[in-house]
Design a binder for this molecule. Structure first.
Ligand SMILES: C[S@@+](CC[C@H](N)C(=O)[O-])C[C@H]1O[C@@H](n2cnc3c(N)ncnc32)[C@H](O)[C@@H]1O
Length: 327
């Protein structure tokens, strides 16, 4: 049997749990993880982010990364990058996007930051990870990056205007910000979602709970406005429909739907347990019973549901001093 000749290890594996960096003195703080209802959560700024950082969640992130590449026809980004020198990924998770960007642009330096030091240490030499909280004042310096990326920071950003203002400042004139985000609400164009749908209820509750916590899931169209308000130019918005499973006829969309279902099935408990128990006051058993109903609906091909996601990118003007937005 022939083996594939991978040049690097996958991001799966044991060294995810280790912190290999110069910030050794901070090691105990950032790896002092919290455990709750069988899942592991970040230690640095504990309690801030509501999804787990354990192996199960990291595997889900890698599954969804594959799905993103399917949705982008193999690309890692849609903005027109030319010989980028410095790239940063905010809230990098498993680090898989950074690793693949570093491979795609060997002449660039790619930095991924996250609350959790869960990224692998065997990575391309031009790829680096740091523990950081993007809600603190950014210390990367102004006019530095050719590209700033964020993907699935839903439920993590409390002040979007401030976030994009900081990102704008950190970009070089002419640099690009690109984001991929989504909603959890269930949409359907042919009335195949049952009136008492648990999946629809789940999406509504997720939006309610993160809204209550002041970290709202935005309607995807809002991201375009945020970028424009922050002063970005050439803002491009692409809405992507995420089928709940492989119900669509088109073969490509069917494949994407399969991965959307896998992402939801793998992620569901992690997305739900902490917000529903900590904020809505549900008991863990209640969450488990409810999620069993949600799972059944995810895989039902008769239900033609989808969730909305978006890819949005915009450019910092080449002469930003003349275009600075008024704050
Ligand atoms: C859903 S994951 C997305 C991972 C990655 N962007 C991807 O799409 O493959 C969100 C990540 O954002 C990180 N995060 C949330 N709040 C953060 C903050 N305030 N500062 C830094 N990272 C944060 C989480 O730790 C988590 O790894």
């Amino acid at each position: 049997m022939d083996a594939d000749d991978y040049e690097r290890d996958s991001t799966f594996g044991g060294d995810r749990a280790s912190l290999a960096s110069s910030s050794t003195s901070l090691q105990s703080e950032v790896t002092r993880y919290e455990f709750e209802h069988g899942r592991r959560y970040h230690g640095y700024q504990a309690g801030k982010y509501y999804f787990p950082n354990d192996e199960k969640e990291l595997n889900r992130i890698d599954i969804e990364h594959h799905n993103q590449r399917l949705q982008m026809n193999g690309a890692l980004h849609l903005c027109p990058l030319e010989d980028p020198i410095e790239i940063i990924d905010i809230g990098t998770g498993s680090g898989v996007w950074c690793i693949e960007m570093a491979e795609a642009y060997p002449g660039s330096q790619v930095l991924g930051i996250d609350l959790s030091p869960v990224q692998p240490s065997w990575v391309p030499p031009n790829c680096h990870f740091e523990v950081d909280d993007f809600e603190l004042d950014w210390t990367y310096g102004d006019d530095r990056f050719d590209m700033i990326n964020h993907r699935f920071l839903i439920g993590s950003i409390s002040n979007h205007s401030h976030f994009y203002k900081q990102a704008y400042a950190a970009l070089k004139p002419g640099g690009w910000l690109e984001l991929v985000e989504m909603e959890a609400l269930l949409y359907c164009d042919d009335d195949t979602v049952p009136p008492d749908s648990a999946l629809r209820k789940w999406g509504e509750l997720i939006h309610e709970v993160f809204g209550k916590m002041g970290r709202p899931f935005l309607p995807v169209e809002r991201y375009r406005e945020h970028l424009q308000d922050a002063g970005f130019e050439n803002v491009t918005f692409k809405m992507v429909k995420r089928p709940t499973c492989d119900w669509p006829k088109d073969r490509r969309i069917k494949e994407i739907g399969r991965f959307c279902a896998l992402n939801l099935l793998e992620g569901l408990e992690g997305f739900t347990m902490a917000p529903f128990t900590r904020v809505l006051g549900w008991r863990p058993e209640e969450v488990t019973v409810f999620l069993a109903r949600v799972r059944k609906e995810i895989i039902r091909r008769r239900i033609h549901g989808y969730m909305k996601s978006c890819v949005v990118y915009g450019q910092k003007p080449l002469q930003p001093q003349q275009q600075q937005p008024h704050h």
